[in-house]
Design a protein around this ligand. Structure first.
Ligand code: SF4
Length: 344
């Protein structure tokens, strides 16, 4: 595998980009279509497997691109069928993705960065800060490696793995466009969810796209005092600003926003807090998804089951739409507090 950072990723090109690259190399445009059909139709990015291309062109593609740049280094499987893939990147860094099957659908949870700059205090993945952003091609390679492992494409995609995707905005959006364009992978944007730690400038910019991607905001607290204990500056935005950005997203994208809420023992799990959260969700037409904390080696703990149930019941009784994350096996070993399944 090449370790040069300047080499582009074949998986990061659009159908049009492939045609243009071919013509810049003096190749007929239909060669670009052939490569596009391999990538978008069959999920193949290894030029040596593109059997309808001349050998010289396969060698040229291999020389000019990472194709692929990433590989699966390790798989942890759990009894319920959930699989976590450790993906080794071209430069030796690694990220995780999770394959989450259920009776009705297959969901992939993808990462957008190596490490994370937000450094939520309860999250092991953010502890050492950001190492680097993933390129769009690397994000697509995660998707393709997951599809190869599963033997099929996913029904849903959630960007809830490692990283704050909206701080890697351009590459994330390039990948989202490839995933959702009919000319490329053709997934419905309604089946793709982007998670954010509440990065307000990113939410506002994402809203301007006016595409029907789902947005999940990790609120974790309905008030600024509690939130500031969980997310350090400079990424801890005031709740009022986050909710105003959520409203803007709902208006422009036409999608109801989900408020993700990691339940932490003695921090944000009281009944008055549940009432505040419900009021906030109701007034901003948002759904609530409760995530009982998976204890890692931080100072935080998961609340007892009866506390989780009472919290969820209160949010519901106060008139907000609420779901509780279903525990899946591989999550117990997930480094990031956000590698998870959304229910509902
Ligand atoms: S929870 Fe997500 S946003 Fe927060 S530090 Fe971990 S990866 Fe980053």
């Amino acid at each position: 595998m090449k370790s040069d950072r300047k080499i582009p990723f074949l998986a990061g090109l659009s159908r049009r980009g492939l045609r243009e690259w071919m013509s810049s190399e003096g190749q007929p445009g239909y060669r670009g279509e052939q490569v596009a059909d391999w990538i978008f139709g069959r999920g193949v990015i290894q030029p040596e497997q593109m059997t309808n291309l001349p050998a010289s062109l396969r060698l040229l593609l291999q020389a000019r691109f990472h194709a692929p740049g990433s590989s699966v280094a390790e798989v942890s499987s759990s009894e319920d069928g959930t699989e976590k893939l450790l993906i080794e990147l071209f430069d030796g860094e690694s990220v995780e993705m999770v394959l989450i099957p259920s009776e009705e659908r297959l969901t992939f949870c993808l990462s957008t960065q190596v490490g994370c700059p937000v450094q939520c205090r309860f999250c092991a993945s953010g502890r050492d800060g950001l190492v680097r952003n993933l390129s769009a091609g690397e994000i697509i390679e995660e998707f393709l490696l997951g599809s190869e492992r599963a033997g099929r494409r996913p029904d849903n995609l959630v960007f809830m793995g490692i990283g704050e995707g909206l701080l890697n905005y351009n590459e994330l959006v390039k990948a989202l466009v490839l995933l959702s364009s009919p000319d490329e992978f053709g997934m419905s944007p309604r089946r793709i969810t982007v998670s954010t730690s509440g990065y307000v400038p990113g939410i506002l910019k994402f809203a301007e796209l006016e595409r029907e991607f789902n947005l999940a905001i990790s609120l974790h607290a309905p008030d600024d005092a509690t939130r500031s204990k969980l997310i350090p500056p400079p990424f801890c935005y005031p709740v009022a600003e986050i909710m105003a950005a959520a409203d803007r997203y709902r208006e422009l994208a036409g999608r109801m926003v989900t408020l993700e809420y990691t339940l932490l023992k003695g921090v944000n799990d009281s009944i008055p807090t549940a009432r505040k959260l419900a009021a906030l969700a109701r007034s901003h037409h948002a759904k609530v998804n409760l995530i009982p904390y998976n204890a890692t080696d931080t100072e935080f703990q998961r609340p007892e089951r009866r506390v989780i149930e009472a919290f969820a019941r209160t949010v519901e009784e106060e008139g907000a739409h609420v779901t509780v994350r279903v525990e899946r096996g591989a999550e117990s070993t997930a480094a990031c507090g956000q590698l998870r399944r959304q229910e509902g």
